[in-house]
Design a protein. Structure first.
Length: 312
């Protein structure tokens, strides 16, 4: 059923024509690092998947991202460094993977996390006690557990569950306390497809509402939720982006500097990040997986969620 859903998505997108990714500025140019390929705005999805965030190493010319095992980095004086000071705050290998995720999702910023659940838990930290999050009636079990077994009893977050296949249900569920709408499309396990663009329009009719879209099953090859109004897109990288059942990792991408800074703070203080040795695996795997996806259609598809058939 999942293969059939993704195949329909590929066929629909292919009929719509190729997608050209626009220029996206490097999120960390202020660090004085070598300019990322993300600023070049490659037009082919396969080229983005292979090159984004992975320029040749400035010191050696290595074409694969080196694994940086350093915990601390040289400072010419206190607070004066070349962009890295401590690996809990940032690491060159993790940085490369985050740049790659940001590019293929057509975003400006990204954060890598220890797992998909760690990414979800970090995003839920954007909520405050007493606020509400609206979710679809079908969702990944790990997300359900975090919401109902952690956020509700320990953070006093209210969960509102509705059928989001009908955007009117979202409009009716929104209140002054709603601060997040959590989308997952296609859903796990029922593979329900939601209309991202329409749901984002409804959600953003209320000031201060953040829309998060779990794009794990579709991957950015089939849809790019940021293009349709989502504020944040997240992944369990363990699944299709890595694709080889040998890495546990999560990621979130956004075009909002304010949301990115908040997520980076949570990533740092909670230590919700992956070791550099594992960050290289999805970088390499994304090349293989995304290029393999590219073989399913004659041209890389655009992000067109509104054209897919809605399933129940």
């Amino acid at each position: 059923a999942q293969h059939s859903t993704l195949k329909r998505m590929a066929d629909t997108s292919a009929a719509a024509g190729p997608h050209a990714a626009g220029d996206v500025a490097d999120s960390r140019d202020s660090k004085g690092l070598q300019a990322s390929n993300r600023s070049k705005g490659f037009k082919g999805f396969g080229t983005d998947a292979i090159h984004a965030g992975q320029p040749p190493d400035a010191g050696t010319g290595a074409v694969m991202v080196p694994i940086s095992l350093a915990t601390t980095f040289y400072q010419s004086s206190p607070g004066q460094h070349s962009g890295y000071e401590y690996s809990r705050s940032d690491n060159p290998t993790r940085h490369a993977f985050e740049d790659a995720i940001a590019k293929v999702e057509n975003g400006k910023y990204a954060c890598a996390f220890a797992s998909g659940c760690a990414a979800t838990a970090s995003l839920l930290q954007l909520l405050e006690s007493g606020q509400e999050v609206i979710v679809h009636e079908d969702m990944y079990g790990g997300t359900y557990r975090l919401l109902h077994k952690v956020s509700v009893p320990f953070a006093n977050i209210r969960i509102v569950t509705v059928d989001l296949t009908n955007p009117a249900n979202l409009k009716a569920a929104l209140t002054d306390k709603t601060r997040m709408v959590w989308l997952e499309t296609p859903t796990n396990p029922l593979l329900t497809v939601l209309d991202i663009a329409e749901l984002c329009r409804e959600a953003h009719s209320r000031s201060g509402v953040i829309v998060v879209t779990d794009n794990t099953f579709a991957t950015p090859f089939f849809q790019r939720p940021l293009d349709h109004g989502s504020d944040v897109v997240m992944h369990s990288v363990s699944k299709y982006i890595n694709g080889h059942s040998d890495v546990i990792m999560g990621a979130a991408a956004t075009n909002s500097k304010e949301l990115y800074d908040r997520l980076r703070f949570v990533q740092k203080v909670w230590e919700q990040y992956r070791a550099p040795s594992t960050a290289t695996s999805p970088c390499a795997a994304s090349r293989r997986c995304m290029c393999a996806w590219s073989g399913t259609t004659k041209t890389p598809p655009p992000s067109q969620s509104t054209s897919w058939p809605t399933q129940r």
